[in-house]
Ligand binder design. Structure first.
Ligand SMILES: [Ca+2]
Ligand SMILES: [Ca+2]
Length: 371
């Protein structure tokens, strides 16, 4: 029994995941854009901030034209003048071509470069037919994770295959952070420097040391809450230290919850971030809570949300994306004797479920059992 369980988990992390990849991709793309009122920083491609290895200014943008401008060069490079907030962010590039049907050649590569480390954080090649119309600006986005304080460049590399004009690059933060010591409410504990502290024998146990802030501007869809906390001892026992949760204050529904035990902290006296994935409903009020059990010193630095968080991480140098860790024991679906239509349906279901956390493994063909 134990062996069988192990095999299932192993397959889910490699082989099984590949099956559901195609389905996952559709939903993944669908959550990339959204309406919101978050702070947006916009940089004009033709503005004084940008530098260029090819092309020229042209009215509202920066233009490159075949057989006029040097190909295979960076047409726009915008160093971010302000520090982009740490965490999940999204850059949008407004670009147009004069013909969106002639062929499907690569037109530009858009990327976000971390100047501090010299690493490209995210990139995409845009081909001609990805433009929905000729001569109309369209935005293309890349999601990236910013490390606190790093300098960034937003770049457009021109392949030289088409008339291409860039209007602007804009950057939006997708990370909402609430300091435990100043931006949320409390039923127990007290402020302590950079966080909110509870200590055994001093503070009242089994109460929310953090709750609130009842924000209703978090966008609908898949998000991920984070809780940054530390203990002073991570080895004494493995007792429950706290329960973290995300609550929809509009409906009173718990959207996600997890008990945190002492040994889930990797080290003593250093902050560690714990995550809870949840799905947000448009306009609903949210709170992030930390219930303190009283079993240990616990300090919370901050809580918050990474919006549009996708549990699929697809590094540029990787052939397949990485998924989050599977649940300890997967549900197994034997669809060996199902019709092809049913197999397709179950594969779709598996893709949707496994996208946030692999939970389902299915067997479509007898030969898989031979492993
Ligand atoms: Ca412009
Ligand atoms: Ca703090």
């Amino acid at each position: 029994m134990k062996t069988a369980m192990k095999i299932k988990v192993k397959r889910a992390t490699s082989l099984g995941i590949a099956f559901c990849l195609a389905v996952s991709m559709f939903t993944f793309q669908g959550t990339a854009a959204g309406e919101n009122t978050w702070p947006i920083v916009k940089y004009e491609a033709e503005g004084s901030l940008a530098s260029h290895a090819t092309g020229r200014p042209d009215g509202d943008g920066w233009l490159c034209q075949t057989s006029i401008d040097a190909e295979n060069a960076t047409m726009v490079n915008i160093p971010s003048p302000t520090i982009v907030p740490a965490g999940k962010n999204q850059a949008s590039y407004s670009i147009k071509v004069d013909n969106n049907t002639a062929n499907n050649s690569k037109i530009v590569r858009i990327d976000v470069n971390d100047v501090t480390t010299g690493t490209v954080l995210a990139w995409k090649d845009i081909t001609r037919r990805q433009f929905g119309a000729a001569s109309i600006y369209q935005t293309f986005t890349v999601d990236f994770t910013q490390i606190e304080g790093h300098a960034l460049e937003f770049r457009v590399y021109w392949y030289g295959t088409s008339y291409t004009k860039v209007d602007y690059v804009s950057v939006e933060t997708k990370t909402y952070k609430y300091e435990a010591e100043s931006a949320v409410s409390h039923n127990t504990g007290r402020p302590d420097g950079d966080g909110w502290l509870c200590q055994t024998g001093i503070d009242t146990p089994n109460l929310a040391m953090v709750y609130g802030p009842y924000v209703n501007n978090i966008p609908a869809g898949e998000n991920r809450a984070f809780f940054r906390m530390k203990v002073d001892n991570n080895t004494a026992d493995n007792n429950k230290i706290a329960t973290i949760d995300v609550r929809d204050a509009t409906t009173g529904a718990a959207l996600g919850s997890q008990d945190i035990t002492r040994k889930q902290f990797n080290v003593a006296s250093n902050y560690q971030t714990f995550y809870l994935s949840f799905t947000q409903t448009e306009g609903h009020s949210l709170e992030f809570r930390v219930f303190w059990s009283g079993a240990s010193y616990l300090k919370v630095d901050y809580v918050g949300v990474e919006a549009f968080y996708s549990s699929i991480d697809w590094p540029v140098d990787q052939y397949l994306p990485s998924f989050s860790a599977p649940v300890p024991c997967l549900d197994f679906m034997d669809v060996t004797n199902s019709s092809n239509e049913e197999k397709s349906l179950f594969t779709s279901l598996k893709g949707i479920v496994n996208k946030s956390k692999p939970r389902i493994y299915s067997c479509e063909n007898n030969y898989i059992d031979a492993n």
